[in-house]
Design a protein. Structure first.
Length: 295
């Protein structure tokens, strides 16, 4: 097998313990092919809990860049990608050859700092990538503490979650961006997540653009790791809130901001884009109204 250099792209914000756990799990990977090296590029978006300082102290080989709290997760991922192409993230337990050229990476790995990889996760991803070829994206499914798949590849217009197979890869149309292996050839074709998106739609858009460019995507066998995040906030689905509050939440940057959602619909769902554009907001208003009437 040819030498493999992984440029690991991470972002963080006020999750020091979780970020350190994710880096520790990355450091403990086993079964990697010979001549595999890693360079980690972390962009911290204005943490006030000492995350950047703690990472520099415990994992000095990790390249850490601090930016403002107004930088979105998607933009921070783009910055980490830029850093992986320009220098840094060299030697040490989480690095490659000290001083080695970061532009020589063969794959990018998107890794959410809320995910603890299982010890054979990278080996499985790389093995799947080798079998699928250099023109395919490989997605790592992530489970919660109860064993349920919470992040993975997605299928269809409704973005149905893909359960990982036990022994063989599963095809998908797009993907959640928690654990994603992007070979260099795919990066050169598709590029980074689009800057027009600030959060999760950037992942889905990247996968759709990749598919349109002829890139296949697969979910690797088994789960790649466990999500250590707590339960997600109910957001616009919280019972008992009024229609106005529900619509405020669903149109916020954390859910479906209208401009970004329209760009996504226009790119990937035409001619159904106008209908799909308004449907989630209409459903949100209807759900809140029914909830209030029942309450």
């Amino acid at each position: 097998m040819h030498p493999v250099h992984l440029a690991v792209l991470m972002t963080s914000h006020d999750r020091r313990a979780r970020t350190l756990s994710a880096l520790r799990a990355l450091e403990e990977q086993r079964g990697l092919p010979a001549r595999t090296t890693l360079g980690v590029h972390l962009v911290d978006t204005g943490s006030t809990d000492g995350t950047p300082e703690a990472v520099r102290l415990r994992h000095p080989a990790v390249e850490v860049m601090s930016v403002g709290a107004d930088v979105s997760r998607n933009q921070a991922l783009r910055i980490a990608s830029r850093n992986s192409r320009s220098g840094g993230g060299g030697g040490g337990p989480l690095g490659g050859t000290p001083g080695g050229p970061s532009h020589a990476w063969t794959h990018q790995l998107w890794l959410d700092d809320g995910v603890e990889l299982f010890r054979d996760a990278l080996a499985t991803l790389l093995r799947t990538s080798e079998a699928a070829g250099s023109d395919a994206v490989v997605v790592g499914a992530v489970r919660n503490a109860y064993g349920d798949t919470v992040y993975s590849g997605r299928r269809g217009r409704s973005l149905t979650l893909v359960e990982p197979g036990a022994h063989r890869p599963e095809r998908c149309d797009t993907y959640d961006g928690r654990v994603v292996l992007v070979p260099r050839a795919v990066y050169d074709l598709v590029g980074d997540p689009d800057k027009v998106f600030r959060h999760r739609m950037g992942d889905y858009d990247h996968g759709r653009r990749a598919r349109r460019a002829g890139v296949a995507a697969f979910v690797a066998p088994g789960h790649a790791g466990e999500c250590v995040d707590g339960p997600a906030a109910p957001g616009s689905r919280e019972p008992g809130i009024g229609v106005r509050e529900a619509l405020r939440r669903v149109t916020s940057v954390r859910e479906l901001p209208p401009r970004q959602w329209w760009v996504y619909c226009l790119r990937h769902t035409w001619p159904w884009a106008p209908y799909l554009m308004v449907s989630p907001y209409a459903r949100t208003a209807a759900r809140a109204t029914v909830g209030r009437l029942r309450g």
